[in-house]
Design a protein. Sequence first.
Lengths: 293, 234
Amino acid sequence: MEVFLQQLINGISLGSIYALIALGYTMVYGIVQLINFAHGDVYMVGAYLGFFATAILGWPFLPALLLSMVVCAILGMVIEKLAYTPLRNAPRIAALITAIGVSLFLEYGMMLLVTPQVRTFPQVLPEVQYKLLGNLVITNRQIIILVVTIALMLLLQYIVHKTKIGKAMRAVSHDKQAAQLMGINVNKTISATFAIGSALAAAAGVLVGIYYNAINPLMGIMPGLKAFVAAVLGGIGIIPGAMTGGFLLGIVEAMVSGYGKSLYRDPVAFVILIIILIVKPAGLFGKNVREKV
Amino acid sequence: MLKVEDVHVYYGAIHAIKGISLEVPQGQIVTLIGANGAGKTSTLNTICGLIKPKSGRITFEGKDITGMATPEIVKMGLTQVPEGRRIFANMPVYENLELGAFLNKNKKEVAEAMENVYTRFPRLRERKNQLAGSLSGGEQQMLAMGRALMSKPRLLLLDEPSMGLSPILVKEIFSIIKELNEQGTTILLVEQNAKMALSIAHRGYVVETGRIVLAGDAKELLESPEVKRAYLGG
């Protein structure tokens, strides 16, 4: 029971990271039907920006987080403009291959820039451990990860449901032509979606830097794929699905590790992907909305 | 008010619109009738800027709008109720209406416009919190029209508003169109139901395979033997 509860705490922290990255996948898919495989690398760039702000500029946690989010938002928009906009009407496979190209470009471009060496994040937030119910341990970093994640999710829900740009995003993802007839600028809306998704990935990057301390240019590959699994698990294109999928996957992984099978951590995630694609391809939250014509 | 001059549209190698010219005078209902695939919807979409013409000129209230982006055109007071309604099915009725007034930043005006739509279509008020996809076909058509009216258009393009509706509902929708026109909205109506369309229109154009083959006063077209034979079943 103790192992279970402890791994639940660890799993929620890990799941927060997956959920934040998965949101970007799902939002971008929802609006342009593209699996943006470069998304995991935006998360990596976010981690490096956090490293730059804390280790080189000596900034505290929150300003570093904001800087990373803003710069990655811009990066996301630039990627979309340069790589994906010209392919908007091309076959989907062309955009998908381009996404892989952008991914490799970011990974090895970053290596060129900062060397492949692993960097150690400065101790911006010295670790404090709290004991719960006897032997359960929760750290201040885990609490911060969860609080930041939940705050960002609430903010996202507010943006998507209450603001004009959020309404435009939902309209464009449902029907681009009809959205244009409402006077919505489709290009701007898609751009904003990439910006928001990338900012969330950047936040995940900074949080991971603080949690695990070590970052490297290829760190985005595995979490990127895992977040993709999380997005599919919840139902690609569905925002609450990505949140739930992320947390679920994090918890499952922590449980697998906690019960002594940490070697199976990665395979389990992909077995989940295969099972969900066979059993319920629309994802946990996916349903076929029937429309009357 | 709207002038389309010798517009050509291609889809890849297919020459879909082969030099269409038409005119919609202020305050009138003009209808475009013709069979499936004649180019009616393409013509409307070209006017709205959803499709870029290869050549030709479109002017709205004297301004050249050829090749302009759709949001800009909507801003000028020209909007379309698309074929098949294209409502946002996964959003509630009131959000669909809000989106119709997307370009209007004045909250008070938007609220007024919404009140007007609810007064015109009381069914929408009853169902304002319901998901649009759960409405019946007729209600969806009302929603699509209400949504377009939210931007207070001076020229409204209607694409097949009678599609898939029962005869009673078709009558109701057409009387609403007539009423809108009497209250000052100019209308360009695309229809397959030629008889209904010509009966409320001032002018009509008959489109066949991307060309205008007949044009004239709606009453005269209704009586013309060609139209009778081809579209009115006798």
